[in-house]
Write a protein that binds this ligand. Structure first.
Ligand code: TXA
Ligand code: MG
Length: 356
C-alpha cells in the first residue's frame, strides 16, 4: 500500500486556507470509505479509522500489530455526538466534559449498540475523548464524527510525538499520514473510568488526579498501576503490555543527585569497556555531570511538562543512535509526575535501582 503524506498546519487551517481544508476533506473521505489515516492530536499521533465500522477497527489492529483484545478510544469533535455511542451518560461525564473537553481526557462509559465490539475489544464499555488539536477536530468532523484511534506506533514502540516517527512505523501500512508538526503534551491522555461505583483513573496523564478531584470529589487510581508486585491485571487492558519500549535496556535510578551521577557514570564506563553505548535522560540541574555517550536533558526538574513532552522522542532517538543501555533519573511525585513515572516504569519493564 502506498501511504500518502500530507502537511496540515494548524495556523493555516485557522486562517481558513483552502488547501488545508481540502486536505482534511480528503482524509475524512478515506475514513468514510473504511481506510486508515494517522493524525496529530495534542497528546500523541493517533491512527484513525471509522469507529462504527468493524472492518476499520480490524484494520487498525493489523496495521499496529496489536492484540485485538486491547480496546480503542473513540475520538469525537462535538459533545452532542456522545449520545449515539454511549448507553447512559452519567452526570459526572458532563461535569468533566465541561472542564476538560476538548482536551487530553478519555472517559470510559457504557457503550451503546451502535459501537461494534471490534472497536471495544469485546467490552460493554467504550472509551471516548474529544481532542483539542484543531487539525484533529476538523479531521474528525470530515470523517463523520467518530474516529477510533490508538497511538500511531507499532505495538510495543513508544507513541509517536512527531510525524516522522509515524512514517517510520506506518509507512506502507495505512492510507494517509497527516503531518501537523510536533505534539504539545507528549504523553497519552488520562483515562478515567466512570462505569464503577467511584470514578477511577486507569491511566495517568496531563489531567491529574488533583484536577479531577476538584470536579468530582475523591477520584481513585487503579491500584495495580504503581504496585510493582501486583498479581492483578490493570483495568485498562492496554496497560498490561510492556509498552513504550525502546530497543535497549532502560533502568530508572533513584537517589541523591551525587549518588545517581556516580552510579550512572560507573555503569557508563563498564558498558564502554564492552563496546556498548550508554544513554541518559536527565534534568538541566545535572547538565555536564554525565559521561554517557548520549545525554538527553529534558529541562529543569521543576518543569514536568518539558519532561513529558520529550520523553518518547528521547526513547526513539536512543533507538536511532543504537544506544544499548539507558538510565533515567527518577521523577517520583504527585500531579503529572505520576504519568511520567508510569510511562518510564513501563518502558523500563519496572527496573528501578535505588542508590545513596
Ligand atoms: O492520548 C491518547 O489517548 C491517544 C491519542 C491518539 O488520542 N490514544 C491512545 O490510544 O493512547 P491507545 O489505544 O494507545 O491507548 C488506549 C488505552 C489502552 O490502554 C486501552 O486498553 C484503554 O485505553 N481502553 C480503551 N477502551 C477501554 C475500555 N472500554 N475500558 C478500559 N480501558 C480501555
Ligand atoms: Mg498506545
Amino acid at each position: 500500500m502506498k501511504t500518502k503524506l500530507i502537511r496540515v498546519d494548524a495556523q493555516e487551517l485557522h486562517d481558513g486556507k483552502n488547501e488545508s481544508r481540502e486536505a482534511l476533506r480528503e482524509a475524512g473521505e478515506i475514513i468514510r470509505q473504511g481506510g486508515l489515516v494517522a493524525f496529530p492530536t495534542e497528546t500523541v499521533y493517533g491512527l484513525g479509522g471509522d469507529a462504527l465500522n468493524p472492518e476499520s477497527s480490524k484494520k487498525i489492529y493489523a496495521a499496529k500489530g496489536r492484540p485485538s483484545d486491547n480496546p480503542l478510544i473513540i475520538h469525537i469533535a462535538d459533545i452532542k455526538d456522545l449520545e449515539k455511542i454511549v448507553k447512559e451518560i452519567p452526570q459526572s461525564a458532563y461535569q468533566l466534559a465541561d472542564v476538560f473537553w476538548p482536551g487530553p481526557l478519555t472517559m470510559i462509559l457504557p457503550k451503546s449498540e451502535e459501537v461494534p465490539y471490534q472497536t471495544t475489544g469485546g467490552l460493554n464499555t467504550v472509551a471516548v475523548r474529544m481532542p483539542s488539536h484543531p487539525v484533529a477536530l476538523e479531521f474528525i468532523r470530515e470523517a463523520g464524527g467518530y474516529v477510533a484511534a490508538p497511538s500511531a506506533n507499532l505495538s510495543g514502540k513508544p507513541s509517536p510525538t512527531k510525524a516522522k516517527y509515524v512514517v517510520q512505523d506506518m509507512d506502507g501500512r495505512i492510507d494517509m499520514i497527516i503531518d501537523g508538526d510536533g505534539v504539545d503534551i507528549g504523553l497519552e491522555s488520562t483515562i478515567v473510568d466512570l462505569t464503577g461505583d467511584k470514578p477511577m483513573i486507569l491511566r495517568p496523564g496531563y489531567i491529574t488526579k488533583e484536577m479531577l478531584d476538584i470536579v468530582l470529589g475523591q477520584v481513585e487510581t487503579d491500584p495495580t498501576l504503581f504496585d510493582l508486585d501486583s498479581k492483578e491485571a490493570p483495568k485498562a487492558p492496554g496497560m498490561k503490555y510492556r509498552h513504550y519500549a525502546p530497543k535497549g535496556e532502560l533502568v530508572l535510578v533513584e537517589g541523591s543527585p551525587e549518588a545517581v551521577v556516580s552510579y550512572i557514570n560507573e555503569q557508563t564506563s563498564l558498558h564502554r569497556q564492552q563496546g556498548e553505548k550508554t544513554g541518559v535522560i536527565g534534568t538541566s540541574e545535572m547538565t555536564g555531570r554525565y559521561e554517557a555517550d548520549s545525554v538527553k536533558i529534558a529541562g529543569s526538574r521543576e518543569d514536568e511538562t518539558a519532561i513529558a513532552r520529550q520523553l518518547y522522542t528521547f526513547l526513539r532517538e536512543f533507538d536511532d543512535e543504537d544506544v544499548a543501555y539507558m538510565y533515567a533519573e527518577s521523577f517520583a511525585g504527585t500531579g503529572m509526575r505520576q504519568a511520567i513515572m508510569n510511562r518510564l516504569l513501563k518502558a523500563a519493564g519496572h527496573k528501578i535501582i535505588k542508590v545513596n
